[in-house]
Design a protein around this ligand. Structure first.
Ligand SMILES: Nc1ncnc2c1ncn2[C@@H]1O[C@H](COP(=O)(O)OP(=O)(O)O)[C@@H](O)[C@H]1O
Ligand SMILES: [Mg+2]
Length: 233
């Protein structure tokens, strides 16, 4: 069971991220101030190019803000050096990407075990089995990714993102390569995690079907909260 502090998981203060553009710099995230408040499930919505990926990468310590403050799990990411940031990413965050990035020469079990080998130097069979059970893949442990459906592969990616017990899971367009029923099933699995594990989950998507089902929404337009921003809960 996770034991995550219950409050203040993400706080962004005037966060801007610019990239060099052709004529003028692009502001992928533009003076964004946002607080996730208590733990739960969030959808980061917005059309392509609205800054969703950049925002998730800043929150996950993959990218740095050009300016502003980024507090995640009580850590000031904007002040950490590279080593501290890498350590934060590896231990504190679970990532799920659009393409699942599973290693195809490893079994389902071995793919889920890998983060434990990297962070702790050894696997833990009972924990890995439990995690596969949680995502409904207990009986596919010895299969290879190519033997699985797209939806099953993404569920392996969920198990892999959870295995080191992060308090924050970031999923960037996790359903983009799935058909709508597999996409909805994966979305429902992700949406249940905060209640089951006491963690925070952020899902970036531009899919209206998923956005409609979001209990809480951060809507981005040009790197800023859009007019549709709302917390429905
Ligand atoms: N590495 C980069 N270099 C230059 N421009 C980038 C880079 N990453 C993102 N951008 C630009 O920043 C904006 C936001 O992109 P992104 O965060 O990927 O949005 P989304 O995930 O919502 O599609 C876009 O205009 C995109 O072209
Ligand atoms: Mg994106």
């Amino acid at each position: 069971m996770h034991t995550c502090p219950s409050n203040a998981t993400i706080h962004l203060e005037q966060v801007t991220r610019t990239y060099a553009g052709g004529h003028s710099p692009i502001r992928a995230v533009d003076r964004l101030t946002w607080n996730s408040a208590q733990r739960g499930f969030w959808v980061v919505a917005g059309s392509s190019g609205s800054g969703k990926t950049t925002l998730l990468q800043i929150i996950g310590g993959i990218e740095r803000p050009s300016s502003g403050e980024v507090w995640v799990e009580w850590r000031p990411l904007h002040q950490l050096n590279e080593t501290q940031l890498a350590d934060f990413r590896r231990h504190r965050i679970g990532f799920i990407f659009q393409g699942n990035n599973l290693l195809r020469h490893l079994t389902v079990y071995e793919n889920v075990e890998l983060p434990l080998l990297l962070t702790q130097g050894h696997g833990q069979a009972a924990r890995i089995r439990h995690q596969l059970d949680l995502v409904g893949l207990a009986d596919r442990a010895e299969a290879y990714p190519a033997d699985l459906s797209g939806g099953e592969q993404q569920r392996v990616a969920v198990a892999r993102a959870l295995i080191h017990r992060p308090c924050l899971v970031l999923a960037d367009e996790p359903t983009a390569n799935l058909d709508s029923s597999a996409g909805l099933a994966l979305f429902d699995l992700l949406r249940a995690l905060p209640g089951e594990l006491g963690i925070t989950v952020l899902v970036a998507t531009h899919d209206p079907l998923l956005i409609d089902r979001a209990p809480a929404l951060l809507h981005l337009v040009d790197g800023r909260p859009g007019t549709a921003e709302a917390r429905k809960r």
